[in-house]
Structures are given as C-alpha cells and as structure tokens.
Ligand binder design. Structure first.
Ligand code: WT7
Length: 650
C-alpha cells in the first residue's frame, strides 16, 4: 500500500507551539529523565501543597501500583475555574450550542464559578461528602460540566453514564460503585428527539434497589420541561435548590492520588469495569495533551464533538480545556440535524479554530456529499482531530481536502479510557502526517510491540501494543477490584501495560493501530464487549446460546454480528430477529444494536467446549475460504451450515 505523506507545512511549524526539533528533544528527555521532565511539567497546574515526589510506579504483578505527585495537594475545580478568574473572568469558558440551532448559551469563567460554587453547596447540603460516588446521567448541557466540577470541588467522585445507556446498564453502574446520589435531567434532546432520562433513572433505581443499592437523592435539571414524576423526599429540582444555595464554596484540598472519577468501560470478559482515575496526574496529563496535541493558543474556540459520557468528553471537553483557560464548545446535538451541514454551520457561527471528532462521523458526512461542506466557509479552522477508531486513509484525505481545504493538519489521536489522555498522536507543528497513522508517541510514552509469546519486536514490524512505563494520566485501578486491574492489563505480558490493540510500526517509527486483538469491538468509536452482547442475548427466554463477533462495516467501522442458537422448539423468523434486536437495545442501549443475527443450530466448538471465534469472524466477514484448521472441532459439520446461512454474502 502506498502512503501519501503530508509533510508539516511551513505555516503550521511557524504557528505551532512545538516543532520537530523540540518534539525530539523533549521526547528524549521525557524517557531518559521522566522524574525531571514531569517535575517540570507537573508545575503547569496549581498545587495547594507542592509535590516533592514525582513518580512512584510499578507494573509488576502482583503489586501493581501507580502514583504520581503523591505528596502534593490540589483541587481540580480551582484549577479549572478559580485560577482563571483574575485574568479571564469575562472570557467564555463554555460555549454551548443546543440541539436546535436557534439555542445557544455563553458561560463566562465568572458565571461558571458561580454555578459550580452553588451546585457544590447544593450537593453538600444534601449529604454528599468527600469520597462519595455521584452518578451523572445527563444530556450535553452546561449543567453536566457544572456537576462534574462541583464533584471535584467537594472531593466527591463522579461516575458518568452515557445518556444512551438503558436503565439496566445505569442500574449496574449505580450498584457497582455504591452511588447514592444521582444527577439527571427531565429529558435529553438529540436530533429533535427526546430521551426520557428521568424515567430511565427511576427504572434504574428500582432495579438497583432490588439488588441492594440505596439512592438517597436524585437531582433533576429541567431541560425540556417535559412532565416527569418526582418522588417526595428523594427527588430535588436543580433550579429550586440552586436558587437557595450560596455562591461561595471553598475548594476541598485533595491529595494528588485521591480518586477523581470512575468511568465504566467494556472489556473482553464480564461486566463493564469501573476505570478509576485520580486527581493530580490526570489533570497534568489532560491539560498538557490538550495544549500540545491541539496546539491550543489563547482566545481560540476549541470544539470536541464527543459526549461527556465518554472519556473523550471528560479529558477534552471539560478538564483539559478548562484547566488551560480555553473556550470549549459543548454541543448537545448530532452531526446530521437539522442537516449534514450542522458541524460546519456551528464552526462558522462560533469561529471554531480547533475541531475534534470521530471517524464514524467523518465517514457519514463524506457519504452525505461534499456540497454540505463546501457551501460553508470554515475559514476559522486551523487544526482538525480524529479519535475513537482507526481512520481509513480515504476518510482522512476527505477530511483533509474537503473540510480543511489542505490548510489544517489532522491529529489522529490514539488513546483509551484507561490512558486518561492521548498517547500516540501527531503534533500540528512537528509531525509529518501519514493518513491512517496515529504517528508517534506523546512525551513520556514508551510503546512496545510484542508477539503473542511476549517477545519484544524491533524495527518495522507488527504485534501487540504495550506501554512499558507509566505516564501521569494512567488509570490507577478498577474500582473495587484491583486484582482485575492487574489481571486485565499487566498479566498478559508481564511487567507491561497491554492495551488490547494490535499495531504496526513502519520504517519511520510511526505507529499504525490495526484494531483490537481481544474480544472487544469498536462500533462507531464506542467500545463494546462481545461478552456483554452475548449475555444480553442469552438472557432472552428463546435463546440457548450466543456468540458475537465484529465485522467490517462501512460507516460504523465495525458492526455487531450475532450467532444465536435457539431453545428446543423455537423457530427462527424475521420477527424473532427484531425481537432480539429490541431486547439487546433494552438490556444495554441503542449503541449495542445487533446489525446481523444468524440463527445457528450449532456453534463451532473445540472438544473441550471452547467456541472458535476465529471461524465465526471469518464467516461474518464472508471470508470463509481462509477458515484455517477446523480439524479440532468437536463437530466439523456445523461449519457448512454456518456458511450456507451467513448474513453477509458479498
Ligand atoms: C479503543 C479505546 C480514547 C477515546 C475514545 C475511545 C480505539 C481509539 C484510536 C485511533 C485507532 C483508536 C482503540 C482503543 N481507538 N482511538 N486514533 N486510532 N484506534 O476510547 O472507548 O476506551 O476505546 O479505541 O482500539 O483501544 P475507548
């Protein structure tokens, strides 16, 4: 495959904060002298008590332990708000664009301060204390950011659950972290459609309380004004409580290693894991990557289109940008409402300089036709970003040429919920770009490729992507299950953090992420454990067994392909297919909707009963010429039936 290299343009280098020589020098120092490097960059945020210890980390099992700046103390909301008030009180902190193009709000740093202080007092008055877990299930409205920041102000740990998740999924997360305070809204609004957030919350609490959880209060923001039930003594209207609260709440002094937030993410086995991030290292890393990766410069408008329900929203809508005193745009809606020009209309309306989105959105807009882009100006754009899944070179070139008119470098940023911030990425003024490659490691990040036996691979090669040493933004544990943390990330390749991704390194030392090598699939940039979809399917009364794999999907990156074995006496039908799709949506949420369901009388298993997913993946891809060795199957004849009834015939 020939690669179309786009060298750094002189104007990118001239404007950029970091040029290539600086990148190389800083990178070298960051890996040769991590203590010195991070001692210096740790000072980019305000500490109440300065740290003297910089790095105290161990990747060896058992006993994995990750601590950064551990004797320092600080407060995140003070860093994101208070420290900017003297110089930026009247600057817009959050620029909110509603689902409906006629709605927007501009919240200055001074206003942000008032709202967050009041909300902190509301939460305190309702019994929320340092270390308590607060579940946030909200639409993309400024109140979501206020709630995150208010938690950090009083030292509560937030756990945000994406508004597209079902009551069942929400219940599981409330239960797992023992959260007794939930913040939600009456309804969300996306693409003109209402999402019943409060009703879902009520259902979730009912489910969670049956399992032994206890939710004391639900704080409800009025967003649409739709009718909702309010439970006496438990539910509180946000606007009423805010009016009564004082606008002065001193920030709590937190240790660098106090938990900041929990965010649930899917893995290859079991239920979602509560990824736990802590205070000091996370903020240093989120703010530093936000500044250098996006080349953020004073007074620019920066827009990340993610939802705060994902880690991208945590690090690059709220914490990174606000710690840097940026103007961060928060968008309630979707890319194609009211038209496929929406993103570019918003860019023009608010003079957006830096725009960060996902390949799935880029591919969808590419499919809608260039005219939706070209009729807009986009002259304010300076830097474009991509995140969530590998971007195919065709979509990359379209983004570069049609959206950016070859004026804007594209930063293809590779990272994970677990990494807290971006690990592999170009820097706008420094890195020659290759479409489809996340290029080179950020400062302090040491990638390594290993084969399946753990042998280290050198030079141009392909293997499993590990990181050999810690960086400040790294997750610290799985909430309530440190052993699972060690098991999942540090036991496959002893003493290394294993990412779960496959990766190629080329002759220039550039990294090309090839996708997950475990049983995790990436659907429209959203991570989904195949085991989760399987357990949702087998929870249906008519299903006896299920196996789920990903397959290449033009728009979503990967689609969800389900092999389903029915209970004795049940007949396959299209109606049952629809029933199963609806069932999975209600168990997990719309993002887990199966794309294909194949009824299979038998699944390919080894004699010991292990499902051979390799075979199922090939059939789902319609690539069964290369099935490989099937001789170890208990019953090789099931394969013929699977092939005959495949749902993806080309
Ligand atoms: C997985 C992490 C990090 C925020 C969004 C997703 C894939 C992410 C890229 C990229 C290729 C990417 C990986 C990774 N991924 N960014 N630029 N190129 N793959 O966070 O839900 O934790 O998913 O997304 O497979 O492991 P997440």
């Amino acid at each position: 495959m020939s690669v179309n290299v786009h060298p750094v343009k002189p104007e990118w280098k001239a404007k950029g904060l970091i040029d290539n020589d600086t990148y190389l020098a800083w990178y070298k120092r960051s890996v040769e002298d991590p203590e010195g490097f991070w001692a210096e960059h740790g000072k980019r945020i305000d500490w109440i008590k300065p740290f003297s210890s910089v790095k105290n980390t161990n990747f060896n099992t058992p006993g994995v332990s990750i601590k950064w700046f551990e004797d320092g103390t600080l407060n995140v909301s003070a860093n994101c708000i208070d420290r900017h008030l003297a110089t930026r009180g009247d600057q817009v902190a959050i620029l909110w664009e509603g689902d409906d193009p006629s709605e927007d709000r501009k919240i200055t740093y001074r206003e942000l301060s008032e709202q967050v202080n009041r909300l902190s007092n509301v939460m305190k008055a309702n019994g929320v204390k340092k270390g308590d877990r607060v579940t946030i299930y909200m639409p993309m409205i400024p109140e979501a950011a206020y709630t995150m920041l208010a938690c950090t102000r009083i030292g509560a740990i937030h756990s945000i659950v994406f508004g597209g998740f079902s009551p069942d999924a929400l219940a599981g997360r409330i239960e797992d972290c023992g959260s007794d305070f939930v913040v939600t809204a009456d309804e969300g609004l996306r693409g003109g459609k209402k999402v019943p957030l409060k009703a879902n919350t009520d259902k979730a609490i009912e489910i969670a309380e049956k399992a032994g959880a206890k939710v004391r209060n639900v704080l409800v923001v009025r967003r649409t004004g739709g009718a909702v039930a309010m439970k006496d003594g438990r539910d509180i209207w946000y606007h009423e409580a805010m009016d009564a609260a004082s606008a002065d709440c001193p920030p709590a002094e937190m240790s660098a290693e106090d938990p900041l937030f929990i965010l649930y993410t899917s893995g290859s086995t079991g239920k979602p894991k509560g990824v736990m991030h802590t205070t000091g290292g996370y903020l240093v890393y989120a703010s530093m990557t936000h500044q250098y990766v996006f080349d953020y410069q004073d007074n620019e408008v920066y827009w990340c289109t993610a939802d705060v329900g994902w880690v991208t929203g945590h690090s690059y809508i709220v914490y990174g940008p606000l710690a840097n005193g940026a103007t961060t745009l928060m968008f309630e809606g979707v890319p194609n409402y009211p038209s496929p020009s929406r993103f570019w209309d918003v860019v023009d309306k608010h003079d957006v300089s830096i725009f960060y989105t996902a390949p799935t959105a880029i591919r969808a807009l590419m499919g809608a036709g260039d005219e939706h882009v070209t009729k807009t100006s986009r002259k304010s754009l300076r830097v474009l970003g991509s995140v969530g899944e590998p971007i195919n070179p065709e979509a990359w070139e379209w983004y570069y040429k049609v959206v950016g008119e070859e004026r804007c470098p594209i930063v293809d940023t590779w990272w994970q919920t677990e990494t807290g911030g971006i690990l592999i990425t170009p820097l706008p003024g420094a890195t020659d770009l290759k479409p489809g490659s996340a290029t080179r490691p950020f400062f302090g990040v040491q990638p390594q490729l290993v084969d399946n036996d753990g042998n280290v691979l050198v030079g141009a090669t392909e293997g499993n992507l590990c990181i050999t040493d810690s960086w400040p933004g790294q997750m610290r544990t799985v909430y309530g299950d440190h052993e699972r943390f060690e098991q999942t990330y540090f036991s496959t390749y002893h003493g290394k953090y294993f990412t779960g991704d496959g990766c190629r390194r080329d002759d220039d030392g550039y990294y090309w992420i090839t996708g997950r090598v475990d049983d995790v699939i990436n659907v429209s940039g959203h991570r989904m454990g195949t085991a989760e979809v399987e357990s949702a399917l087998v929870a249906h009364a008519k299903v006896s067994e299920a196996a789920v794999v990903g397959y290449p999907h033009d728009l979503k990156g990967q689609g969800i392909y389900c092999y389903v074995t029915l209970m004795e006496g049940e007949e396959p039908s299209d109606a049952l297919r629809k029933e199963l799709v609806a069932h999975v949506r209600s168990e997990i949420g719309p993002i887990a909707s199966p794309d294909k369901i194949q009824f299979a009388p038998g699944l390919p298993k080894t004699r010991s009963g292990k499902i051979m997913r390799r075979i199922l993946r090939k059939i789902a891809e319609d690539d069964f010429g290369a099935l490989g060795d099937t001789s170890t199957l208990a019953d090789p004849t099931v394969v013929d039936d699977l092939i005959d009834n495949r749902q993806n015939k080309k």
